[in-house]
Design a protein. Sequence first.
Length: 165
Amino acid sequence: MPDDNGKLAPTIELIRRFYVAFSVRDWRVMSACYARDATFEDPVFKLRGERIGLMWRMLCTNARDFSLEFSNVSADATSGRAHWEPRYCFSQTGRMVHNVIDSAFTFRDGLIVSQVDTFDFWRWSRQALGAPGWLLGWSDKLHHKVRRRAAKGLDHFAMQLGVNR
């Protein structure tokens, strides 16, 4: 919300800066939006600290046919929300995905200290994985398999960069 001088709250500007950077795949700006001890969680990743920036670097670097729209940004000094919809080619299957995500943020000292993203995993898995997603996307077994594969992918990406896990 604009203040009495017509300026947006700094946390709204932070969220907007984050998603504008994401839309052009600028992982450096995205990473700079987080506190050093920040946490990130979504149905696939659960990360802390530098691993968050590493995840965004991996996703931005590997993104194919990527676009992003964001909306409904709101925030006060300590918390905020945003809605975003990325469209991309899922690299493991070559299938196009249109994900619908809601983010909840908490802030400290003008930086993101936690981000929790929610989306319908079964909807995502049907698009990204095809038949296995249709059949098993609702199951914990597939969910855990996707989480393990994502964690291994992030570890492999870190190893390629020579970054500590």
